[in-house]
Write a protein that binds this ligand. Structure first.
Ligand code: GLY
Length: 342
């Protein structure tokens, strides 16, 4: 297998944040919703009783549970969705055991950890950074780009310089565990070129939320594809690809192989589906089908979307089995197995 085809493996990562501090969702939502319930969620339009559960936060993978806890603290206090999503995704960003986001993220092929992140507010403002080294919390740098400049995206050394000038603290974010994983990858790649950490089971955190006032926001942050070519940027910092918010209709975020998400403007496409009247799950399905259409053979990579409508209706769907999302509403927080297309 060539070096490039080796990189076709979707990055997932080890580590699990603390379990959600909120009550299990199962005890809040009546009946059969939960494990394996994403289909039910989009069929049953609104959570917890029919007309727009607010506030609500949904995020990708199991590291979404502690992230949701932090977001929920903001939302339950009447805080803004924008503050909630930033506070939420900062949790896995700062957790060295989450090896796909922020501090502790797996490095690129040169053993450098490079981070991507984006944030979007209900008033349509957006900020993002990409290919950032030496900072634990790219989401907060992205927010600073959004709030302190008239730019949307700053990358690489420029983003690092911007962070430094704005008081962010530079740190070594390569952990021993991530360095060891890189060494193992280097050692194995010649004899078994498609080696990839098999025990890693999550990826980017994308989070979308609606606050008590009915306003939406989204955030997305990642260390990107493990052992990627130095300089590679995925979907997460690209507004409309990794995450998108339109306060009139809804919000969406993506996880999985960023290249595939970029090529279809994935999160934007999901939100446009909502605008056209699709349920959140069907909007995710249409975007995934767009990806499938571009691939003759059954793809082996993973892509998943989460979506949240302005009415507080949620949906999620992945290409492959194994995607989970965390859903917090009404004081509960639970990991849900998403349906998959393939
Ligand atoms: N979805 C994250 C990435 O591809 O970088």
């Amino acid at each position: 297998m060539s070096g490039l085809s080796r990189r076709n493996f979707i990055k997932v990562a080890a580590g699990l944040g603390a379990a959600g501090a909120l009550m299990p969702l199962r005890s809040f939502f009546s009946g059969s919703h939960l494990k394996g319930l994403s289909a039910d969620l989009s069929a049953a339009p609104l959570l917890a009783g029919g007309s727009g559960t607010k506030p609500l936060v949904i995020s990708t993978w199991k590291h979404g549970l502690p992230a949701n806890d932090a977001a929920w603290k903001v939302l339950e206090g009447g805080g803004a969705a924008l503050d909630a999503v930033e506070a939420g995704v900062r949790v896995p960003e700062g957790d060295p055991n989450v090896m796909s986001v922020g501090y502790g993220g797996l490095p690129d092929e040169d053993c450098k950890v490079t981070l991507d992140a984006s944030i979007m507010a209900s008033d349509g403002r957006a900020g993002s950074v990409a290919f950032v080294q030496g900072y634990k919390h790219p989401i907060s740098i992205a927010r600073k780009v959004m709030e302190a400049t008239d730019h949307v995206m700053i990358v690489g050394e420029g983003a690092e310089e911007f962070a430094r000038k704005n008081g962010f603290q530079r740190e070594d974010i390569l952990t021993d565990a991530a360095r060891e994983a890189w060494i193992k990858w280097k050692q194995k790649m010649s004899e078994e070129d498609d080696w990839f950490p098999k025990d890693l089971d999550h990826d980017t955190i994308g989070m979308v939320a609606i606050d008590a006032g009915g306003n939406l926001a989204g955030a997305c942050t990642t260390s990107g594809l493990a052992f990627k070519i130095h300089g590679r940027v995925g979907d997460s910092p690209i507004i409309g690809a990794g995450m998108y918010v339109d306060n009139e209709v809804g919000a969406a975020a993506a996880t999985g192989k960023g290249e595939e998400v970029i090529k279809i403007c994935g999160s934007f496409l999901v939100v446009e589906g909502l605008r056209q009247g699709l349920s959140p799950k069907d909007a995710c399905k249409r975007a995934l089908e767009r990806i499938l259409k571009k691939h003759g053979a059954k793809p082996t990579f993973q892509v998943a979307f989460i979506a949240l409508s302005k009415e507080g209706e949620i949906g999620a769907l992945s290409l492959q089995q194994g995607f989970q999302y965390a859903l917090a509403a009404g004081g509960t927080n639970e990991l849900v197995d998403a349906e998959h297309l393939l």
